[in-house]
Ligand binder design. Sequence first.
Ligand code: TXA
Ligand code: MG
Length: 323
Amino acid sequence: MTGLIRPATPDNIAEAGRLLAAGRLVAFPTETVYGLGADAGDDRAVAAIFAAKNRPRFNPLIVHVADIAAADPLVEIDARARALMDRFWPGPLTLVLPRRKGAPISLLASAGLDSLAVRLPDHPVARAVIEAAARPLAAPSANASGAVSPTRADHVAQSLGAAPAMILDGGPCRVGIESTVLDLAGDAPLLLRPGGIPAESLADFLGGMPATIATMAAPRAPGLLESHYAPSLPVRLNAVRPNPGEALLAFGPAPDGATLNLSAGGDPAEAAANLFAMLRALDRPEFTGIAVMPIPAAGLGAAINDRLRRAAHPRRQTEGTGP
Ligand code: TXA
Ligand code: MG
C-alpha cells in the first residue's frame, strides 16, 4: 500500500505530471491538506475522483491552478476577486466565481453549476505538480468522502488504498485545515466554508464580514454535509474531562487524563495543524469515544470548530450496521 508513496523529487514530480496528463489520479501535498488530483478538463479522470472517494456527484470540486493568470480562462474575475487573489494567493482561499463560457473544465468538476471554485495553493510541490501536468487540476481532499482529511502521505494511503497512481510525499501539511471557500458568484459574498484564511481577514475586502450559512443545502452549498471529517468513534465537544473509556483531546492547559493536546500553549494555528492527525491517532478500538476540549471561536478557531461540529454530528446509518 505504501509502495505508492514517493518522495517529492523533481523526477517523481515530472512522472506525476505525465500520469495526470494521461488521465490518472495523483495525490499531492498542499499547505492545507493532501489533495487527490486529476486533469480538470478530462471527464473520465474527474469521474475517477468521485469513484475513488465515493463522493456524491452533486458535490463540486475545487480547480487548482499554478498561478493567478491561469485562472483567467476559467472564471470571470471582477475587481474585488482580483484584489482578493492579489492579497491571498497563493494561499488557503478558494474563490467561487462565475464560470467562463467555454472554460476547458469538465462540467462534472463543477457538478453542473454556473460557478467554478478556483484556488492557487501555497505549496511548492503542489505548484510544481500543476505545472508539470500543464493543466488545471481538480483536487478534493485525498480521503474517502465523509472521513477525516489527510495531512500526511500515509493518511492518504490508509484512506484511498491504490486509487491514486502515485502519492507524492511532501511531509506534514503546514496549515492542516482546508481552504476558506468564499462564494462571490451570487449577489452578496457568502462564506461557504471557514478555513485557513480567517473570515476576519476577508472583511476589509468585502466591506464587512461575509454572510455564512451554518448548514449547506444543495445546490448553492453542496459540499458541507452535516456529518463530515468523521472518525469511527463518536466525538463529544466542549468536554472538561474525559468520561471513563474516552480519549481526551485537549487544548491549552490540560487536565489529568488528557490523551493528546492540540496546542498546550493555546495557539489556534498549531491546533489546526494538529487537528486531523490527532483525530486519526485517537480513533482506536481501545477508546469508546473522543472528547474534545473547547476551542475559542475567533480567527482560525472558526474553521477548527466547524470541522469538530461535523465530526461530532450524528452519522447517517449505513444499511446493515448499527442499531
Ligand atoms: O484546502 C482545500 O481546499 C483542499 C486542498 C486539497 O486544496 N481541497 C478541498 O476540496 O478541501 P474538497 O473537495 O474536499 O472541498 C471543496 C469544497 C466543498 O465544500 C465543495 O462543495 C465546495 O468546495 N465547492 C466547490 N465548488 C463549488 C461551487 N462551484 N460552488 C459552491 N461550492 C463549491
Ligand atoms: Mg474534503
